[in-house]
Design a protein around this ligand. Sequence first.
Ligand code: HSE
Length: 300
Amino acid sequence: DTIRVFAPATVANVVCGFDILGFAVDAPGDEVIMRRKAEPGVTITKITGDEGRLPMDAAKNTVSASVQHYLKHIERTDIGVEIELHKKMPIGSGLGSSSASTVAGLFAINTMLDEPLTRDELVPFAMKGEELACGSGHADNVAPALLGGFVLIRSYEPLDLIKLPYPESLYCAIVFPDVDVPTRDARQMIRSKVLLKDAVIQWGNVAGLVSGLFMKDIDLIGRSMKDVLVEPVRSILIPDFYKLRETAMEAGAVSFGISGSGPSVFSFARDEETANRITSRIQKHLSERQIGSLTYVSPV
Ligand code: HSE
């Protein structure tokens, strides 16, 4: 009884949709291997790729803690499982790293038990994992990691998830600059009050982006991906943010912004070649500033 699950990285916020929009990419992602064991309880037996940064303690690790929470909810605490976690993307990158692991774990246990819950029903358990990881149980990484594609969180209470269509030919270019930006800190720096005039701009853009996705209108998608609420504050955490934007746009990007809470940045591009050009130019700029980076190109 062994199950191996891959869950993908995700780009949350999608620039203007703070906490309400996210999409999954093909790669990178994390892998969980789950095995049944005779004694009840959840244990982590191995973690690779985390440079020793993640807790092995089952109550503190987001994967095992959310699996424990799930087993309690479905009243199956008699079950025993061992978990191996293989991190295949950087931690604290703004690519939904903790979400991918948590989602892989929940998907594995739910599959092992013949799917007592639907994928949608797994989302609240994955949100608990996010809460443990960064103090806030947002769903804009976990929902797309579980459901795939683009997801809109229309409401949190009650949770209302809407899968959105998107143009077939959309590519995502991601660059992770190797600087430290903990999500917890990146959330604390955002102002809790906004001006009505800024809110008007923001909801115009969110509506424009969602319309652009439905209409498969890449120009509309591009011109709607602007953020007057969060990006002005968080951009200071990313080296040369505005220069990186200029570089991406000159290389043919449709859009440019922060992925999740950063430090990763991402662009949409109309084709793979343009996406590769964007990542290599951004990477070159960062390396001139002695900042290492990882790049990923994936269809949306
Ligand atoms: N919506 C979240 C944020 C995503 O921007 O803080 C990061 O996990």
